[in-house]
Design a protein around this ligand. Structure first.
Ligand SMILES: [Zn+2]
Length: 266
């Protein structure tokens, strides 16, 4: 005999056989019961970390759909070296971690199935064929300054590099963001300029089919706000360390060995 029962997650009334087991109205409700952090991800959209996450999704993320299944997944895949940031993201927002650590493959993937979050991502303009069509200008304009800076930090950690070298006693440093979408890269450049970050925009489409936003040498100091956003805990430590190595060189001129000062990121 069927009776009216309440979904264990959302309390919606459903007709089910009488039993002592928990009942759920949908697959999402089963998922959220097992992984409550995942359900609450959109409630954290006032945190600056949320925008870092979206920056990372805009660059190293993708939305996939399994055949025969209605539900979409949002994934971020990174090299094993940067597994720390995905584990931190899982701690904050739930989701699953998959490690593919074999001989030639060193990939770690974070995956989330919250459909409302995925709908939100799609509404921002971060779409599946994003490398060429990414155009999120409208959404980006709605963010406040700290959220914009966090998003840019996420983009740098996704598709950017922060490097330094010493050649013939000359210290060289670069932050380079690489992207295939003109619209996205031009927006990033324009917005970084508005944030007083001293960067340049270069067309490398003839060589590598990409556009570059670069911050070179001492100009790297102007990027400090990106790496010091209030209450932002998420970052790739390896890149953070490189940034502050450069920052310290230009501000203190300390010998190389003593230049590893960067905020603790527990
Ligand atoms: Zn439910």
């Amino acid at each position: 005999m069927k009776i009216t029962r309440k979904c264990k997650t959302c309390a919606k009334e459903i007709l089910r056989e009488k039993s002592n087991k928990n009942v759920f109205c949908s697959r999402q409700c089963i998922l959220f019961y097992k992984d409550p952090k995942q359900e609450k991800i959109l409630e954290k959209s006032n945190d600056n970390d949320f925008y870092y996450l979206l920056g990372l999704i805009a660059t190293d993320g993708y939305i996939s759909k399994k055949e025969n299944k209605k539900s979409q997944r949002c994934n971020i895949s990174l090299h094993k070296n940067d597994e720390q940031v995905l584990l931190d993201i899982q701690k904050n927002y739930g989701g699953k971690i998959y490690k593919f650590y074999k001989a030639n493959k060193n990939v770690i993937r974070w995956q989330i199935l919250n459909q409302k979050f995925i709908n939100y991502i799609e509404s921002t303009g971060i779409s599946n064929n994003k490398s060429l069509t990414l155009n999120i200008q409208k959404w980006f304009k709605t963010l406040n300054k700290q959220q914009k800076l966090s998003f840019i930090h996420g983009v740098i950690d996704g598709d950017g590099s922060i490097s330094f070298s010493v050649v013939k006693n000359t210290f060289r440093s670069n932050i380079i963001i690489v992207g295939a979408s003109y619209k996205f890269m031009k927006m990033l450049f324009d917005e970084m300029k508005l944030l007083n970050i001293d960067c340049t925009f270069a067309d490398r489409t003839k060589i590598t089919k990409t556009w570059h936003v670069t911050i070179s040498g001492r100009k790297i100091l102007s990027a400090l706000p990106i790496f010091t956003v209030e209450n932002q805990k998420l970052n790739i430590r390896r890149k953070m360390k490189n940034y502050f190595t450069c920052y310290d060189y230009y501000t203190n001129n300390k010998p190389l060995q003593n230049r590893l000062r960067y905020p603790s990121t527990q």
